[in-house]
Design a protein around this ligand. Structure first.
Ligand code: ADP
Length: 232
């Protein structure tokens, strides 16, 4: 699904003063693209991701997903957009501890409009054999695979990943990146990855850099490499 962000600004009120976390941000993302958002801590990366995902509202500007302007939606419509169209992957997995792998994914498919087959998705992330285990019985990398399965099983148009490899070692991170690449080609989802790791941007189609809430550059990555080749 095509994503258009037009002159978006977002402020937080801190101790009675406005603080602008996003300032006049504009960008375009094409359907099926992998995009990385880079920038130092506090530059607004998560704020931008959450605005695109309908978690946070913006104060100025427009966000248009396909032909839906989400920036003007009321809460119930925004919730529906988030449920039906967006999958989230977070740094610390956010799985529900007392549910099995299968049930964690089921929670997401139960509330979505057009879910995929849970078994097939668990197969495709390599976690089918662990379907009856609980999160505490899995490694960090395995938990992140489940969280990707949970996000993907909703059959979302957009997969948003906030520091998806932030808590993982090098080898496990590379496996995760290969999985994200596979999800992109298998399910044709548009993928946005927020990361500190510049190396990850080399596997993306577009690289967006943020500093202090402002875009400093947007580049098409003409030398895109595969996740397998990414090294740091
Ligand atoms: P990044 O993801 O690049 O680390 P964030 O988008 O999390 O940056 O934050 C951008 C800025 O907005 C930071 O200065 C942060 O302190 C501030 N901020 C984020 N969320 C809130 C909030 N809920 N209330 C107040 N300030 C916030």
């Amino acid at each position: 699904m095509k994503i258009k962000v037009e002159n978006v600004s977002k402020k937080y009120n801190m101790a009675g003063r406005d603080f602008w976390a996003l300032k006049n941000v504009s960008l375009d993302i094409d359907k099926g693209e992998i995009v990385t958002i880079l920038g130092p801590s506090g530059s607004g990366k998560s704020t931008l991701l959450n605005a695109i995902g309908g978690i946070d509202k913006v104060d100025e500007g427009k966000i248009i997903i396909g032909d839906l302007e989400i920036s003007s939606l009321k809460d119930d419509k925004l919730t529906k957009y988030r449920r039906d169209k967006v999958g989230f992957v977070f740094q610390f997995y956010n799985l529900i501890p007392n549910l099995t792998v299968w049930e964690n994914v089921e929670v997401a498919t139960n509330i979505s409009e057009n879910p995929l087959d849970i078994g097939k998705v668990l197969e495709s992330v390599g976690m089918y054999d662990n379907k009856d285990k609980f999160p505490s019985e899995l490694s960090g990398g395995e938990q992140q695979r489940v969280s990707i399965a949970r996000a993907v099983a909703k059959n979302p148009d957009i997969l948003l990943c906030d520091e998806p490899t932030g808590a993982l070692d090098y080898v496990t991170s590379k496996e995760l990146l290969k999985l994200i690449e596979k999800i992109n080609s298998e399910y044709d989802a548009t993928i946005i990855i927020v990361t500190h790791n510049i190396a990850i941007s080399k596997m993306s189609d577009k690289i967006i850099k943020l500093r202090s809430g402002e875009i400093t550059s947007i580049c098409k990555n003409i030398d895109k490499i595969s996740a397998e080749e990414v090294e740091w």
